[in-house]
Design a protein around this ligand. Structure first.
Ligand code: 13P
Length: 254
């Protein structure tokens, strides 16, 4: 039986899209509660500049707020960065960490991801830590080495009790924004591998860890992915920018 902690979680990563007013309009449309079943957690991650306004727009709705990144220091001379406590202050409950775009374009490392995970947890945020292999890594047959290494870096800063309030997102890089989704059976294999690895380290507590799939999730493929036993939700990019399509993904989760 699935661990009771693993309520389906559908998160929209808006990436670098939308002005403040556009973000508020999208958040309001998504929060239309008729779209959200009582058993599903829904999270949206707007750009930093829209967090405050979206927080206000979401008040009294079941949709929670996430940031897309943070810095691991609490404060200081780190131009352009935002700390975990600042995200809590603006109303975030979640933060995405180590997205492949940050690893690819902004030089994020496993070590930085570990520091960010520790900082997020220290401030009471739920980290959504992203792992995933590139196309060349998949073709070289090293998918599990790569995602195992990425997972280990983040598990190293957790203890057993943290697993219920930590989220992992498996996002194969070749599936992001390409329209190519991993086959649900391949995604399930990767998710089961990640869960087993967490269980090897922490025993049965690993059953509480929620593992989301990300990479070209759309309304018409969500149900099949979400039906896999170790897929606990979705981290959605492009399709989360349209309230109607995102609502259909949410409904596919139950
Ligand atoms: P797409 O859903 O646009 O492929 O993006 C996935 C993603 O990167 C979510 O974090």
């Amino acid at each position: 039986m699935t661990h009771p902690n693993r309520r389906p979680l559908i998160a929209g990563n808006w990436k670098m899209h939308k002005t403040v007013s556009e973000s508020v309009a999208l958040a309001r449309a998504i929060a239309d509660t008729s779209r959200i079943g009582p058993r599903t957690d829904v999270v949206v991650a707007p750009v930093f500049t829209a967090l405050s306004a979206v927080k206000t727009a979401l008040e009294g709705t079941p949709v929670a707020l996430s940031a897309q990144n943070l810095h691991w220091e609490a404060q200081g001379a780190f131009t352009g960065e935002v700390s975990a406590a600042m995200l809590v202050d603006v109303g975030c409950r979640y933060v995405i960490i180590g997205h492949s775009e940050r690893r690819q374009y902004f030089g994020e490392t496993d070590d930085g991801v570990a520091k960010k995970t520790r900082a997020a947890r220290g401030a009471g945020l739920v980290p959504i830590v992203c792992v995933g292999e590139t196309l060349s890594e998949r073709e070289a047959g090293i998918t599990f080495d790569v995602i195992g290494r990425q997972l280990d870096a983040m598990l190293a800063v957790l203890d057993e009790s943290a697993l219920a309030t930590t989220v992992v997102a498996y996002e194969p890089v070749w599936a992001i924004g390409t329209g190519k989704t991993a086959k649900s059976s391949d995604a399930q294999l990767a998710h089961a591998f990640l869960r087993d690895r967490a269980k090897n380290k922490f025993g049965d507590a690993g059953d509480a860890l929620r593992i989301l799939y990300g990479g070209s999730v759309k309304a018409d493929n969500a149900a099949e992915l979400l039906a896999q036993p170790d897929i606990d939700g979705a981290l959605v990019g492009g399709a989360s920018l349209d309230a109607e399509g995102f609502g259909r993904i949410i409904r596919a989760a139950g």
